[in-house]
Design a protein around this ligand. Structure first.
Ligand SMILES: C[S@@+](CC[C@H](N)C(=O)[O-])C[C@H]1O[C@@H](n2cnc3c(N)ncnc32)[C@H](O)[C@@H]1O
Length: 272
């Protein structure tokens, strides 16, 4: 059971109320990409869902709340997994969530789990940009090695091992690590894919940090584009708040897609 100081993230998005506890020094705190992926992911009631590189468990938990009968998360970080299990309990979906430690797809493949739908939001920062003063866990959360695209591509090359025949997945690809590598791998692996959303994120001194979201499925099936069709000029508002700190920062992050989210980040010091 996680103890010590933790952060609490309250999210309201896609009609869901989500409460996440986090250890900000030892695990990834969901960011706007994570939230966009909650909007972009597709899951139908009764389906099996996979959250690869699950961190806090956000996508598995959201999937379970949206009706998945089984939502599996995988991560290498044992601290993140402890919090993911706690978060599933806090959100009342522990009976439908399972979390495994291991590399990408391996734990699900080893158990013969086949997902109807998956989200992959893994490390994709070029290694030269990784802040080496961060904890080992936080470096591993973002370090995509080389130009940053390697883990995305490894996921795409291997994902069939854990996908049901008509399975589909959603993955963000950072502009700064070259979304072309992901697009090429999707094509070479025979996936039909569509770009759901392109976002532009102001990023100091790091060049192009635009993000692309691909929704992919078997080539013979039409990829559904519900979210992209909703292009209505709405804006995702990211609001991070620390009690007693600065007033909440509100910044438009993503135009052109019908989504909205509210976040409040609070520090708490009681036992998790
Ligand atoms: C950028 S964080 C995203 C976490 C979560 N998906 C989210 O959106 O909040 C990437 C996560 O991938 C995990 N990770 C890194 N390499 C991994 C690997 N080879 N296999 C499984 N998980 C990995 C990290 O521990 C981290 O929790």
């Amino acid at each position: 059971m996680p103890s010590a100081a933790f952060h609490e993230l309250k999210l309201r998005l896609r009609g869901l109320e989500l409460l996440l506890r986090l250890h900000p020094e030892k695990m990834f705190v969901p960011n706007f990409v994570s939230l966009l992926a909650v909007h972009a992911m597709r899951v139908k009631p009764g389906e099996v869902f996979a959250d690869i590189c699950c961190g806090s468990g956000l996508h598995a938990i959201a999937a379970a709340k949206l009706g998945a009968r089984l939502a599996c998360g995988v991560d290498t970080n044992p601290v993140a997994l402890r919090y993911a299990r706690l978060n599933a309990r806090l959100n009342g979906v522990a009976d439908r969530c399972r979390f495994f430690q291991g590399d990408l797809l391996a734990p699900l493949a080893a158990r013969g789990i086949k997902a109807d739908s998956a989200v992959f939001s893994g490390p994709q920062c070029p290694e030269a940009y990784v802040d080496r003063t961060l904890s080992r866990e936080l470096q591993a959360a973002v370090d995509g090695g080389g130009d940053g695209s390697g883990v995305n591509v490894r996921f795409i090359r291997g994902v069939r091992a854990i996908l049901a025949p008509a399975g589909r997945f959603c993955l963000p690809a950072a502009g700064w690590c070259g979304p072309e590598s992901s697009l090429r791998a999707l094509k070479e692996e025979g996936f039909a894919s569509r770009t759901l959303v392109r976002t532009y994120v102001p990023q100091e001194g790091r060049g192009n940090n635009s993000r692309y979201f691909f929704l992919a499925g078997p080539a013979r099936r039409r990829v559904r584009l519900g979210a992209a069709k909703a292009a209505g000029g709405l804006t995702l508002i990211l609001e991070a708040r620390e009690p007693g700190g600065k007033p909440p920062a509100r910044a438009p992050i993503c135009d052109g897609l019908g989504l909205s989210a509210e976040i409040s980040l609070e520090k708490a010091r009681s036992r998790a």
